[in-house]
Every structure is written in C-alpha cells, then in structure tokens.
Design a binder for this molecule. Structure first.
Ligand code: NAG
Ligand code: NAG
Ligand code: NAG
Ligand code: NAG
Ligand code: NAG
Ligand code: NAG
Length: 518
C-alpha cells in the first residue's frame, strides 16, 4: 500500500510520480512531420494530486532552431531550455488536462499532447445510519455514499463487517453509492460496519490509498411472537399485597429487554432478573382504598423496536370482618347469654348454631347457658362475592359456663365388688368449671382410694370411701363402697364370711350387752 504524500511537487527528483516506467507511460513519443522533424514530449502521461505541479520537457529534432511552446490553460512557467528543448512547469493543476506541445520547425508545425490526470481522495464518505434495532433473520441493506475521489476508474467501494468484506464495487456517479445486503444474525449484535474507498494508483507508480467511513454499530434482537406469562391474583383485598410475576423466554439479548408492569395507569415498582435468554419481572401490587374496583394489570416486554403484551383483570375489594359479640363471655349455668353477629354495611352474615339460618344484615339469639355450653364456639360468617369468587370471613368466640362441682353415679360408681388378685380399673371423676378438686378418703383410716389400673386388686383396699368434689362454686360428696373377695373364697366361703360377720356382730352385741350395766 502506497503512502506517498503527494505534496511539494516542485522538482523532478522529489516528484512522487516518477517518470520513466513509473508515473509516466512512454507513449509514442515522436510525431513524424513532413520535414522529418520530430517533436517529443516527456512525460506523455502524468498522474498528480489535485493542485500539484509537473515538469514537462518538449524537445524537437528540428535541424534548425525550432520555436517550442506549450499550449495550456494551466499556469505554466518556463523552467529550463536547451537546444531545441524546453522544460515547462505546470502548477495548480486542479483537473484532468491535455496540454499541447508545439514546435515550429521552419514552416512546419508539429504538436504533441500530454495527458495529465489529477487524482484526489474522497472528500466525504459515510455509511448510512443503520436501523436502531434489526430483527434477527431479516435482511439488512447497508448503503455507503462517497463524495469526491478521482480518478473514478481507480476508485472502488468496499463494505465491511468488522474486517470481513461484504461487497466490492466500482464507484459510479457523484456521489457514488455502494451497497450490500446481509441476513442479520445473533452474531451481528454489536458488529461494526464500515465503508472503505480504495484508490489504487499502483499502476501509475503511485500508492494505494484508502479512506474508511466512521463505523456504525448494529444491534440485533429476537422477541418471540408470544405473549409474556403473567401470574397475578384475580382479586385483591384492600390492605393486602400480592406478588405479580411476568416472564418470557426466547429473548435475545435478554439483558436488553425492558419490562413495563402497570395496574391501570399506575406503573408498578418492578424488579427484573435476567437469565441467559429469559427474564422474570416481579412486583407487588397493593390493595388500597383508592384503587378499589376493577383494573387491568398489564405486562409489556419491549425489545428492539417491538413489544409483546399480556393483561389480566384484577379486582380490588374491601371486606371488613363481621362483628361477633357475646353479652358475657363467662357465665354461670342457667344465665341467659345474647349472641349477636353484625355485618358491616352492605354485607350479610350467618351465625353458626343460630335457630334461623338465612343470611341477614345481623343475627342474634338468646341462650340459656348450660354445662354443655361450656367451651362452645360460636362462629359468625360474612359472605361477599367478588368477581365470581365467594369469599367468607368468620369470627369465632368461645363461651365459658361456670358449673358444678358434679360427682354423679356415672362419673364415680358407688359399689365395687372384685375378687382379690384380679386386674381391675377404678375410675372416679368429678366435673365442673372451674375443675373441682376430688379427694376420696376411707372412712375408717383416711386412706386414699386407689384409682386407675389396679393390678391386681388387694384385700387391703376394701372399705367405704367418702369422695368429695370441691370447687369455688361449692362441694359435693359421694360414698364409694369397695368390696374385695378373698382369693380362697367360694360361693360357700361367701356364706361363711357372712356368717362370720353375723357371729362377730353377735359377739359385739354380747359385749355391748355385757358392758351395759343392768
Ligand atoms: C529535455 O529533452 C532533451 C531531449 O531528450 C534532452 O536532451 C534534455 O536534457 C532534456 N532536459 C532536461 C532538463 O531533462
Ligand atoms: C481520506 O484520507 C486522507 C488521508 O488519510 C485524509 O486526509 C482525508 O481527510 C480522508 N477523507 C475522508 C473523507 O475521510
Ligand atoms: C465495535 O466498536 C465498538 C466501539 O469502538 C467496540 O466497543 C466494539 O467492541 C466493536 N465491536 C466488535 C464486534 O468489534
Ligand atoms: C334455664 O334453664 C334452667 C334449667 O333448665 C332453668 O332452671 C332456668 O329457669 C332457665 N332459665 C331461664 C332464664 O330460662
Ligand atoms: C367460614 O364460614 C363459612 C360459612 O359458614 C364456611 O364455609 C367456611 O369454611 C368458614 N371458614 C373458616 C376459615 O372457618
Ligand atoms: C351399695 O351397697 C350398699 C350396701 O351393700 C347399699 O346400701 C347401697 O344402696 C348400694 N348403693 C348403690 C348405689 O347401689
């Protein structure tokens, strides 16, 4: 590649265009005239930069003293002369030109022309702007414009992607335009395109010049023709927040994609996470008294100059809980309690266990509290239909009834008769709220009644026990008889025991009788 600087072309030796065999072609140098005098010019052809200068030697073979001259509109100056030769300097050459040497040899005039070609580099070159975004898989046409630059026959336009040549064509017209079409791919994302003008003056013995346009960078993209996936609640209660997720795959380059998530006109504060070729946008949508009602939740994913959208309906509702009241939360058995349930404006309620079942703005009933009502739960439900969804809100309260103490036969059986050494279970339980304390003591010695699993039953357990259930609400007692049959006792033995008892009783009576003074 030639890099000559075509300035300062005053003298022969320094000229960037050399004559013999380089800058000049030795055309047919002699023109035969009738008087046999030959006129020659050197050089016959010259290529020089615009505004440059050239020395031209016109010489004649005239046998006499010839008159030599140079016919040209260019600025000329005689620089040297000898016998039948003259050297002219042509300067400020702006355009191609054909100066003419003439020689008057006697009566004959001969002519010889010189061909001067002016070369110049382009003044302006530009690659036309690329589309801001180019879809992958679509053709992209690059266009380059070059102003100036000569000689055109030696000027070539080359379009490039990076270092790769896409097209090469001669520069035609003014301005000259070159173009190339490429199928945009993912690999073209970030690629730099340029246009290059090449002025090849090597055949003229000069250099190889090139000018390159400013690069233009391309951005390619892929946005699938599908809607983003939008996960949102259908309904949202005032005072609560719910997550909204909008996602999409198959994006290129995913990191360039933008997301717009909005509830109606209100843009949501969105967090976007990018993966290799997908993105996921998350936002929290809040139900407020101001946005109560029906809205459109929109997600738009934008990439390049395209976008894809999805939308869902979202209803923001308010649903105050019903109000359940018990006139008293803790009552004594036999007391009347009012159970009331009230809905907030416009809603209806139902009360579990209420005698009447229909939904009403408010429901209440009176209850004569019994022991069975202790720990009973009352539940009040309000219902609301929102966008086809039936919603309930329940409030539950527990009633506590004070009763007892109770120690019924079913809770603590009075008479137990068991054979000795057998396994039995003895249970005795008192009831009440508050829970009564139960103590069972043997009448004779205050021994505690053995309860629970008796493995085995011992003779010494026998006796009459007094069971006492006691709570702040009072006390009740109950007798428990525990009879243990001796291991050896048979039906007859039973009788003998009875007899013995009778005998003992008789003896006791005797003793009493004896003790009784007459
Ligand atoms: C001009 O040409 C003539 C004839 O070829 C030659 O004798 C003369 O030296 C040349 N002049 C210069 C300055 O080269
Ligand atoms: C072409 O290149 C030359 C030399 O490098 C420079 O002086 C000129 O300004 C360039 N022209 C354009 C249009 O870039
Ligand atoms: C394109 O040019 C820009 C800016 O000069 C550069 O950052 C980028 O790496 C180039 N792209 C390629 C693919 O070379
Ligand atoms: C509640 O029930 C008890 C037991 O059945 C009864 O003695 C009492 O009179 C009732 N009280 C009222 C207010 O109805
Ligand atoms: C609330 O009450 C409704 C109707 O009584 C019932 O279907 C629903 O299961 C209850 N919900 C809860 C959480 O208790
Ligand atoms: C338990 O037995 C005793 C005497 O054997 C009797 O007097 C009493 O009535 C009995 N009690 C019950 C509740 O059966």
């Amino acid at each position: 590649v030639g890099t000559q600087t075509p300035n300062d072309l005053d003298g022969w030796p320094r000229a960037p265009f050399t004559l013999k065999g380089l800058g000049c072609k030795m055309g047919p140098p002699f023109i035969r005239t009738t008087s046999q005098a030959l006129l020659s010019v050197f050089p016959t052809e010259a290529t020089l930069p615009r505004g440059g200068s050239v020395l031209v030697n016109c010489s004649s073979t005239c046998e006499e003293e010839a008159f030599l001259g140079l016919e040209t509109p260019l600025t000329k100056e005689e620089r040297d002369r000898g016998h039948n030769w003259k050297v002219f300097k042509l300067s400020d050459v702006e355009e191609d030109s054909k100066p003419m040497c003439f020689s008057n040899c006697g009566p004959n005039q001969t002519l010889a022309s010189i061909s001067i070609t002016v070369y110049r580099l382009p003044e302006h070159m530009e690659l036309f702007p690329l589309p801001p975004w180019q879809p992958v898989g679509e053709n992209l046409t690059l266009k380059c414009q070059v102003k100036g630059g000569a000689p055109r026959a030696q000027l070539t336009l080359v379009l490039l992607r990076g270092e790769e040549e896409l097209s090469r064509q001669p520069a035609v017209g003014e301005p000259a335009e070159g173009n190339a079409t490429v199928l945009a791919g993912r690999g073209d994302y970030g690629a730099n395109f340029t246009c290059r003008a090449e002025l090849d003056l090597r055949p003229q013995g000069l250099g190889f010049f090139q000018n390159t346009s400013a690069p233009r960078q391309l951005r390619t993209f892929v946005l699938p023709m599908t809607s983003p996936q939008l996960e949102t609640p259908r309904i949202l209660e005032v005072g609560t927040s719910e997550k909204v997720v909008c996602s999409m795959g198959g994006l290129f380059p995913a990191s360039e994609a933008r997301v717009h998530l909005a509830l109606g006109d209100h843009r949501l504060n969105t967090t976007v996470t990018y993966n290799k070729d997908s993105l996921s946008a998350t936002a929290w949508v809040e139900g407020t008294a101001e946005n109560e009602g029906d809205h459109l939740l929109v997600c738009a994913i934008m990439l390049g100059n395209q976008s894809q959208e999805s939308w869902r309906n979202l209803t923001v509702y308010s649903f105050p809980a019903p109000n359940l009241t018990l006139s008293e939360q803790e009552v004594s058995e036999g007391t009347q309690v009012e159970v009331a349930c009230e809905a907030s404006v416009g809603l209806r309620v139902r009360l579990s266990d209420a005698p009447a079942e229909p939904w009403a703005p408010s429901v209440q009933f009176l209850l004569n509290a019994t022991a069975e009502d202790n720990g009973r739960h009352f539940s009040c439900s309000a219902a609301l239909e929102v966008a086809g969804h039936l919603l309930y809100k329940n409030q539950t309260k527990e009633l506590r009834v004070l009763y007892g103490p109770r120690l019924d036969e079913s809770d603590c059986l009075g008479n137990w008769t068991w054979p000795e050494e057998t396994n039995q279970k003895l249970s005795c339980q008192a009831w009440g709220n508050p829970v009564p304390q139960l103590t069972c003591l043997r009448e004779t010695d205050g021994a505690l009644l053995p309860t629970g699993d008796l493995r085995p039953v011992k003779k010494q357990y026998e006796g009459t026990y007094i069971c006492k259930a006691e709570s702040p609400r009072g006390a009740v007692t109950r007798k428990v008889f525990l009879t243990v049959l001796s291991e050896c006792a048979s039906v007859r033995g039973w009788a003998q025991v009875g007899t013995e008892i009778l005998a003992q009783e008789a003896a006791a009576m005797k003793l009493n009788t004896q003790a009784t003074p007459p």
